[in-house]
Design a protein around this ligand. Structure first.
Ligand SMILES: NC(=O)c1ccc[n+]([C@@H]2O[C@H](COP(=O)([O-])OP(=O)(O)OC[C@H]3O[C@@H](n4cnc5c(N)ncnc54)[C@H](OP(=O)(O)O)[C@@H]3O)[C@@H](O)[C@H]2O)c1
Length: 303
């Protein structure tokens, strides 16, 4: 029997409707709509598409979005000035600087310049530290989207052996952290799983992947995971998006559908979930900043 589809498109629709309802309620209560600022430096075609989709998703959810496009010759100082301005803007609750950045710009310095309270990508070292400590302020969008895709399809993760292919700072590493952590009230992405992380120096990768009850592929190598690498009935999440002859191709060979119990498609799997969790984080950022503001005004009224 072919694998059941882990339909990110459909689930994203459901979660975005929940977010839109929460935004509408905020606005009805006289609070400002959550606002997301994007910063795009240069004219990378793929980045332009990603950013455009983020703005469209914000509008559909009733959020405000602020587009900042800078030329590829922008200096680091100019970019840091813009980030400082957005940090200080009360209408901007979440901010992201689209990667990759031109060579003259130090991406680490840019990430560190974003206010941790507005860092909806969860890339700032303070937020990465909170995540590693099990008390996340934000959950990174792609890993959070993957966990939601599994959990909301009824795939139990507690105690399961999950194999994560890839250890990048954007996907593999934070995902492994979330999966292995103990759930608690302030850690909604924690999954209590047993996690193996595989990377380019790992040996006998097939024997590791065949042990996976849940296999997540984030290597960026088209059709890397073949049917013989998958345990029959396993849930397989394909994170990969590589452009091959004008088509987006995942890390999982389509023949895996004949072995796996569940499989996420590319496109239409993890991609729509990533943008959905960005909207979720922007809403959470707006709530957090409101709490900070009301604490500050309570303190100043007592003085
Ligand atoms: N759909 C979405 O929303 C979304 C979001 C983010 C990323 N992506 C896609 O997901 C893929 C991964 O992204 P990324 O940012 O994590 O990529 P990345 O930074 O290039 O990391 C790739 C990881 O895969 C490992 N790897 C590469 N070749 C391998 C091999 N032959 N055997 C075992 N491990 C290998 C690397 O190991 P080393 O660490 O040893 O080099 C690295 O840890 C890309 O296709 C990207 O476009 C999709």
């Amino acid at each position: 029997m072919p694998a059941q589809k882990l339909d990110g498109q459909q689930l994203a629709k459901t979660i975005r409707a929940e977010i839109a309802a929460a935004v509408a309620e905020r606005v009805r209560n006289g609070q400002p709509p959550p606002g997301l600022a994007t910063v795009l430096v240069g004219d990378n075609a793929a980045s332009q598409v990603y950013v455009r989709n983020k703005h469209k998703a914000c509008q559909a959810a009733g959020m405000r979005s602020f587009e900042n496009v800078l030329p590829s010759i922008t200096t680091q100082g100019q970019l840091l000035d813009l980030i400082a301005k957005l940090n200080a803007d009360p209408a901007v609750h979440g901010m992201l600087v689209q990667q990759p950045l031109p060579k003259q710009i130090d991406a680490g310095a840019v990430i560190r310049a974003i206010s941790p309270l507005k860092d909806v990508d969860c890339f700032h070292p303070e937020n990465v530290g909170l995540l590693a400590a099990g008390h996340p302020r934000f959950l990174p969008c792609t890993p959070y989207g993957i966990v939601q895709l599994l959990v909301r399809n009824g795939i139990e993760l507690a105690g399961k052996h999950v194999v994560v292919l890839g250890r990048s700072n954007i996907v593999g590493k934070p995902l492994a952290l979330m999966l292995m952590q103990k759930p608690s009230r302030d850690n909604p992405g924690a999954a209590d799983a047993t996690v193996t992380v595989v990377h380019s120096r790992s040996r006998d990768i097939s024997s590791l992947t065949r042990q996976a009850e849940v296999l997540i592929a984030a290597v960026g190598r088209p059709r890397f995971v073949t049917a013989d690498m998958v345990q029959p009935g396993a849930a397989v999440v394909d994170v990969g998006t590589t452009l091959v002859e004008g088509k987006v191709v995942g890390d999982v060979d389509p023949a895996v559908a004949n072995v796996a119990g569940w499989l996420s498609p590319v496109p239409g799997g993890v991609g729509p979930m990533t943008i959905t969790m960005l909207l979720h984080n922007t809403l959470e950022a707006a709530k957090m900043q409101q709490t900070v503001e009301s604490r500050q005004s309570a303190v100043s009224s007592r003085q």
